[in-house]
Write a protein that binds this ligand. Structure first.
Ligand code: ZN
Length: 594
């Protein structure tokens, strides 16, 4: 850690964790803590807690936890240094210039260079589109598609020329070296064939991250070349599964839902028509990472995919992903038009808005698709359809939701509600049974698993002892006679114990955030936060408490003694340890039951 501990502590103190997290998660006060829906896993009732007193957060559902730095690191995928800079900025604290390790410096430099290079490329393409002679046909193409100059500028559209190395020469002229260009995914460096641009003769769509930085490009070929759309490869800046085209604008639209469409052109024409909440995946299928990204901004996603077979397939794939992420998925009907653009051109934005208002619930859409696969005039086929529908409905876990869908489906497909409900109940039983079976199915035993369980068991007592000390520091004077920080063998526990024992020795209360701040690794923060958040099963019976605590102390001390015995060559020390071991085995604490 290269910034002083005092400075880091100051940054933490000046950023109240409840205030910071409130900016990302809606929190409600409950007792001494604040609760909200966890942003790190999908849940329906809040188990994500933030404590102003402890200045830490912890999720009782998935175990994510940490201090204010850890939250920003997890949520925004930042390094510790970046989180520190962000929080210092919020609090108006100026950070002194820093020496980085050579590796950190190299990485930071590479990212910076790539950011600037992408920006330069975007400017180059944009200029080509607007001002170059050859850019004319790209301008004509966009004009033909009805894209206004305002939108061209808003999205920074561009044109990659016919020259095979126009951009390469431009970037070299700006002083970038082949070594820097090599990892940009903008050009291909080839010592034999010569270096050439990745994109040529294409309309260019700069892809921006939520912070408006160009991280990659999509390019549509002019004419009939293949592939029709080409995207940047992934780079240190560009992760296709965690970005969406247009999200940099859509996230600020303040609409209650996001419109997910197929491609760049759909997004642009929707934004042009005033639907500034439209986004699209980046040339690949919709991913879980993208769903989680959307969940930060909305609860509902409306799919506006093409009305052809491929669009229906894409919707059927996206809906379960949305559900998994805890988002409500709806499907917009574009029929008889092919895509959003065609519909708006033919009937105006009011018609599109109307379609949007009447978007179908995802599950009903799935049932409609199922319906069309069966011949409804044939009794056997019709029966088969009703069975398949009941199976699908039986998968809905929440009863209220399931009943609502059974009723809606019965109505929509003209089946007797009672019959459908009976069928759903029948399949439901089997389904729940199967799920329970999966849950309890034991996985085969392997050496690795045995080892993992052993480590887990060994780390249990030290962890419990630390948690106990945090929750009930009054036991410290007695514990201190037997246990020293060095008895905590695991490095993380050892560090926490050192700090805690030091605070307790000085008669200070234990302040979780003050200890958490010393750990800069997100994984470590999470583990320490778990220590501070575990609730002990506190027995009302003092005798039971003494027994449990003695047992824990004994296990921790014995493990520590045995560890030393395997490492010492000193015979006198060995004998001392044997004597200690005998004594510890008889240890019987009387704290609660005096
Ligand atoms: Zn969680």
């Amino acid at each position: 850690m290269r910034y002083s501990e005092e400075l880091i502590e100051e940054v933490r103190e000046r950023n109240d964790i409840v205030d910071v997290i409130s900016g990302y998660v809606s929190l409600k006060k409950k007792g001494t803590s604040y609760f909200g829906l966890c942003p790190f896993h999908n849940e329906k009732s809040p188990s994500f807690s933030v404590s102003r007193e402890k200045q830490m957060y912890y999720c009782f559902g998935c175990g994510q936890g940490g201090d204010v730095f850890g939250f920003l690191m997890e949520y925004n995928r930042l390094s510790f240094l970046e989180a520190l800079q962000d929080l210092a900025g919020r609090a108006g604290i100026e950070l002194p210039e820093q020496d980085q390790t050579p590796q950190e410096k190299q990485e930071a430099d590479a990212r910076l260079v790539l950011k600037e290079m992408n920006k330069a490329a975007a400017v180059y393409y944009h200029w080509n589109l607007l001002h170059s002679k050859r850019g004319e046909k790209a301008r004509a193409y966009l004009e033909n598609r009805g894209i206004s100059l305002e939108m061209i500028k808003h999205f920074g559209l561009g044109y990659a020329d016919l020259y095979r190395d126009g951009l390469y020469q431009y970037l070299r002229g700006k002083g970038y070296t082949d070594l820097q260009l090599k990892d940009s995914s903008l050009v291909t460096i080839d010592t034999i064939k010569g270096s050439y641009d990745r994109f040529f003769n294409r309309v260019m769509f700069p892809i921006m991250d939520v912070n408006q930085r160009v991280v990659g490009f999509g390019g549509r070929v002019m004419g009939d070349g293949e592939p029709k759309y080409l995207n940047s490869r992934e780079t240190i800046l560009f992760d296709k599964g965690r970005n969406l085209y247009g999200l940099n604008y859509a996230r600020r639209s303040r609409e209650k839902s996001i419109i997910l469409c197929e491609g760049y052109m759909d997004v642009i024409s929707l934004h042009q028509a005033g639907f500034t909440n439209a986004v699209a995946p980046l040339g690949t299928a919709f991913t879980t990472g993208q769903a989680m990204l959307l969940k930060r901004y909305v609860q509902e996603v409306v799919l506006a995919f093409d009305s052809d077979g491929a669009g229906i397939k894409a919707a059927l794939r996206a809906l379960p992903i949305l559900r998994e992420a805890g988002l409500r998925g709806k499907v917009l009907s574009l029929k008889p038009y092919k895509d959003p653009d065609e519909m708006i051109k033919a009937e105006g934005k009011e018609a599109f808005q109307k379609s949007l208002d009447h978007a179908q619930a995802g599950r009903m859409f799935e049932l409609d698709v199922l319906h069309d696969q069966y011949n409804q005039n044939d009794p056997d086929s019709r029966t088969e359809f009703v069975r398949e529908m009941a199976k699908k409905l039986a998968e809905i876990e929440e009863e209220v939701e399931r009943t609502a869908y059974v009723s809606a489906a019965a109505n929509h497909f003209m089946v007797k509600e009672k019959d459908l409900q009976n069928l759903v109940n029948r399949y439901g039983l089997g389904y729940q049974f199967e799920k329970a079976n999966q849950r309890y199915k034991r996985e085969p035993e392997t050496a690795e698993r045995t080892e993992a369980r052993k480590t887990e068991q060994q780390s249990q007592p030290p962890r419990l002892l630390l948690t106990w000390l945090i929750e009930h520091p009054e036991i410290y004077p007695v514990i201190r006679k037997t246990i020293q920080p060095d008895d905590f063998l695991q490095p993380l526990h050892h560090s926490v114990a050192l700090m805690m024992f030091d605070q307790l020795d000085r008669g200070e209360p234990i302040f979780p955030a003050g200890i958490l701040v010393k750990f800069t690794d997100a994984e470590e923060k999470k583990e320490v936060a778990a220590l501070f958040s575990t609730r002990l099963k506190y027995e009302p019976d003092p005798e039971q408490n003494d027994k449990a605590l003695s047992d824990i102390v004994r296990k921790v001390k014995l493990a520590s003694i045995e560890d030393e015995m395997t490492h010492t060559n000193d015979i006198t020390r060995w004998q001392e340890l044997i004597a200690q071991k005998n004594k510890i085995q008889r240890l019987d604490l009387h704290i609660y039951n005096k």
